[in-house]
Design a protein. Structure first.
Length: 367
């Protein structure tokens, strides 16, 4: 009898509301095993504050090994006030940064779609939100968050803090290619974000974007300063198709873009180790864009939609299962269209449900 190798999925619930939303992810994967015969093997382990409490480190070598052996990794969230001491030598978020580096995931893909039925839940006017459907690509393993030197030093004049922004042309080119490839499969519009008027890294970034544009002649390229992009995101968000930026700018812009969708709880993300091309499978790291939300942790009211939609991204990018990915995305939209809401997007006239109930309803809607 031939033994078929199971595809391993590593779940890292993390801290705060992480375990609650990842529990709903597990339901989706179990449904896929049962109804689609996909035969995923689910493993679960610790990261972030949960790992620090048990192992005195935010991630262990064993978890690194499990992640490298898995087809994909799905994270809940890491961090919280308990570990916020700025003088500490280690923080829960260090585990996340180390894991990204270990997996070699350099491109973070964050789709931002405004569901028509949710425009009343956003702080922006419905007419501003009409037609918003974009993808933000953020470089993930370079720039200020990783480059050296980094640290604090005491001088005769007092303490100084140092962070370094550094990018090689190869690091810039590979993430720009991700943006160009995604744009090529969408509306063929790419906004390359930089601060080329003052930063040398950004001048190199723009130079590489101009060079690559000659290769992707079917894609319309716009070079936009980060401050102008931040303004346009709230004034005319529907003008954007694919946005690509370096690490720090992307971190800020993607959180801003979450306002368009009414809640961070709705948005998924994929962090990839290769350029996504049709038919190519790449190892990935998947997570909702929200944080640990310690103020609502344990109350059963967190929105699991972003985590569930991250499963859809996993199916599409790491496993090549585009049909199954689309089924999950349609199920989430169907549940939202029916007027079911978690607390973060609840408005009068809709039905408020718990985290568990939201997950159950999405599972029931998958076909």
């Amino acid at each position: 009898m031939i033994k078929i190798k199971k595809r391993k999925i590593l779940l890292l619930p993390g801290d705060g509301i992480g375990p609650e939303v990842v529990a709903e992810v597990k339901k989706i994967i179990e449904w896929l095993n049962k109804k689609k015969s996909l035969d995923f093997e689910i493993e679960k382990d610790l990261v972030g504050g949960a790992s620090y409490e048990k192992h005195k480190k935010p991630i262990t070598d064993e978890v690194f090994y499990k992640a490298l052996e898995s087809e994909a990794v799905i994270l809940g969230a890491v961090g919280g006030p308990k570990w916020d001491d700025p003088g500490a030598s280690m923080h829960p978020e260090d585990g996340l940064l180390q894991l990204r580096a270990q997996l070699g995931v350099f491109a973070n893909i964050r789709p931002v779609k405004v569901y028509p039925k949710l425009t009343d839940s956003s702080v922006l006017k419905p007419e501003v939100l009409s037609g918003v459907d974009m993808v933000v690509v953020r470089e993930l393993t370079g720039g200020l968050y990783y480059a050296e030197p980094k640290g604090r030093n005491q001088t005769p004049q007092g303490w100084t803090g140092v962070d370094t922004m550094r990018y090689s042309e190869n690091e810039i080119e590979r993430v720009l290619r991700v943006g160009f490839e995604l744009a090529r499969g969408r509306r063929k519009k790419l906004a390359s974000v930089d601060k080329a008027n003052v930063l040398e890294c950004s001048r190199l970034w723009r130079q590489k974007a101009i060079e690559l544009a000659e290769e992707y002649t079917d894609v319309e390229v716009e070079h936009i300063l980060v401050d102008a992009c931040a303004m346009q995101l709230v004034q005319q968000p529907s003008r954007f198709d694919v946005i690509v930026s370096e690490n720090t700018f992307g971190d800020i812009l993607t959180d801003e873009a979450a306002v368009l969708a009414a809640s961070m709880g709705l948005l998924p993300s994929a962090s990839l180790s290769d350029v996504p091309e049709s038919g190519r499978r790449t190892q990935g790291f998947y997570e909702p864009i929200h944080g640990t939300a310690p103020d609502i942790a344990g109350k059963g009211i967190a929105n699991p939609s972003g985590s569930i939609l991250s499963v859809a991204l996993m199916l599409r990018y790491s496993l090549g299962l585009t049909e199954e990915a689309a089924c999950i995305e349609r199920a989430v939209e169907e549940v939202l269209d029916s007027g079911v809401r978690t607390a973060d997007i609840f408005v009068e006239g809709t039905t408020q449900v718990s985290t568990v109930d939201m997950g159950d309803r999405v599972v029931s809607a998958i076909n």
